[in-house]
Design a protein around this ligand. Sequence first.
Ligand code: NDP
Ligand code: 8X3
Length: 263
Amino acid sequence: MNRVENKLVLVTGASSGIGEACAKRFAACGASLILVARREERLLRLQQVLASETDVSVHAHRVDVRDRESVEGLAAQLEKTELVPDILVNNAGLSRGLCKFQEGEFVDWDEMIDTNVKGLLNVSRCIVPMMLTRNSGHIVNVGSIAGHVVYPGGNVYNATKYAVRALTEAMNIDLVGTNIRVSSVDPGATETEFSQVRFHGDKKRAKAVYDGFEPLTGDDIADAILYVVNTPAHVNVANLVILPTAQRNPYVVHVKGGAGRKR
Ligand code: NDP
Ligand code: 8X3
């Protein structure tokens, strides 16, 4: 059964990877979209592709989720035009660097905390009241296996994803008695632009992260998110952890040739 047809879905971080895959999956199911990211040209390209392949309406907004005023501006615009999202996918996020805590760069830490934690808070704080006025909605936070198990060099990224897990739980508790559901989908290694961003554009190092095993794809995660939001209204999947078969936790990965996973 398709319960997302004719729904309005807001996806943050829709210009790449998991967010872009979500946009394509939701559009194929007949859901309209509000796409958010900083790289507007990519959003516009995706909007064009979806317009040529589907009948759904697609709105693209260049918004930096770290910029509270910009997020508030988007929410005000949506409210004014009566575009209240039925589903919010809090996906925008990133990792910067992979080194010992004592060698970490403040600038990387700020970017991760501001995006993964404060960005998710900014968007949720603006959209949830709109959902509350209708007493319906579903929020899906994209967490990570990194929010369940800490790995060497993951320190601050791990902390941000532990925070996402705590916030999913907190939102669920605070929204008890309403029809608004909150879920988190927590992936393991997924080949997107994630590692390129983590390693500040070093494509060779990023590629090596996925050497010797089959990682997940953005489509795998989009399928999981679709499953979560397509459940009946009385069902709330609180947390869904999804890993490649070759990966059993962040650092237990079966790599062909046995060289070990290079992060
Ligand atoms: P990508 O780098 O491919 O995509 C990240 C997306 O987030 C981009 O669309 C980017 O858009 C957007 N984004 C980043 N910063 C901001 C910002 N300040 N404001 C708005 N949008 C922003 O990586 P993934 O698709 O893999 O990452 C998506 C989510 O999945 C993240 O939260 C990540 O932590 C999580 N995740 C990823 C895993 C993986 O192995 N890939 C595993 C577990 C979780 P733009 O740059 O245009 O703003
Ligand atoms: C991304 C997955 O294990 O590289 O959140 O941190 S991992």
